[in-house]
Write a protein that binds this ligand. Structure first.
Ligand SMILES: Cc1cc2nc3c(=O)[nH]c(=O)nc-3n(C[C@H](O)[C@H](O)[C@H](O)COP(=O)(O)OP(=O)(O)OC[C@H]3O[C@@H](n4cnc5c(N)ncnc54)[C@H](O)[C@@H]3O)c2cc1C
Length: 285
């Protein structure tokens, strides 16, 4: 068990390691190259996680990009570009992944690559149409669920069922994802910040779990549900959830996004009482 772990990188993998090792009782320092953890996530979601990290006495070095790592006896020193030095007994680098396709001999069969990734079309076909690629190496969303769905789509295409009405093309914008920290974090579809950046009109409704009877029964009222919808049609465009079972609850929002359900459809659904899912109906109001 590390005495003091320095985690470099505050994306999903980095923050999950922070959560895991603080739960084991380790001291942790987290280097955050920008000004918020989970830089791609909704700022309110990231703030909820940062609050938990501070409660766990995690040392947050914001705006600190690791430049070099040096061993000094039992210590490891991580030098940051702003001059700060994070010291610990161990370091985890959680700064992303790279494809491992070089040795596959892809060029010998004429498959084009881009930085090691294998570009694919809507049917997951590579530049050689009878050869498909699925998973992280396709350069799409690096999620198990996405890789599995690509595999299913490939099987359908290879068996010639693409004209079947049940066959749909992959829509990577509708993939739900989760961060397994405490509180748990999950989101799907259009994020509020992205909509604002695009100048797109949206309606955002938010309900804290403090308003949920089931959260009170669980004695865990942390977090909230946020639903992003189209103000004209009510169609659900996305959502973020912070709190207990967020990764389970987001599936309801993911279904709404995929099936173009409206906030009224969620509101009118008679969910079981008392459940955390009831807060979804409240958030949809
Ligand atoms: C710490 C961590 C946590 C994650 N948590 C989640 C999560 O909670 N939910 C989620 O959806 N996703 C999660 N992911 C992402 C998920 O693991 C990947 O998206 C998923 O594993 C990709 O599947 P894949 O088949 O493309 O690649 P991999 O799962 O990496 O499988 C590739 C396989 O190919 C083998 N291989 C490589 N090169 C060769 C070769 N030349 N010949 C033969 N075999 C080869 C490898 O050994 C490996 O077994 C996580 C990733 C990480 C790193």
């Amino acid at each position: 068990m590390p005495n003091h772990l320095v985690v470099v990188g505050s994306g999903v993998t980095g923050v999950e390691f922070v959560h895991m090792f603080t739960s084991f009782g380790c001291d942790v320092t987290l280097l955050v190259s920008r000004q918020q953890v989970l830089p791609a996530k909704d700022p309110e979601v990231a703030a909820a996680l940062e609050a938990d990290f501070l409660r766990r006495s995690v040392r947050l070095y914001k705006g600190a990009r690791a430049q070099s790592i040096e061993r000094d006896g039992d210590q490891v020193l991580v030098h940051c570009d702003d001059g700060r030095i994070a010291t610990g007994s161990h370091v985890i680098l959680a700064v992303g992944s790279v494809p491992n396709s070089e040795s596959l001999g892809l060029d010998t069969v004429g498959i084009e690559t881009d930085g090691g990734y294998i570009p694919i079309d809507h049917y997951c076909r590579t530049s050689v149409p009878h050869i498909y690629a699925a998973g992280d190496v396709s350069g799409k969303l690096p999620l198990s669920s996405v890789g599995q769905m690509q595999g299913r789509k490939i099987a359908e295409h290879a068996m010639g069922v693409v004209d079947d009405r049940s066959h749909r093309l992959m829509d990577y914008n509708k993939a739900a994802s989760a961060v397994f920290t405490e509180p748990e974090i999950a989101d799907v579809g259009l994020a509020e910040a992205d909509a604002f950046a695009e100048g797109r009109k949206i309606r955002v409704t938010k309900v804290p779990f403090t308003a949920s009877p089931k959260a009170a029964i669980n004695d865990d009222p942390r977090g909230f549900i946020k639903i992003v919808s189209d103000p004209a049609t009510g169609v659900v465009l996305g959502g973020s959830i912070v709190g207990r079972h967020a990764a389970e609850l987001i599936s309801i929002v993911a279904l709404a996004v995929t099936a173009s359900l409206t906030v009224h459809d969620i509101q009118e659904s008679l969910f079981v009482h008392p459940t955390l899912a009831e807060a979804l109906a409240d958030a949809a109001e």
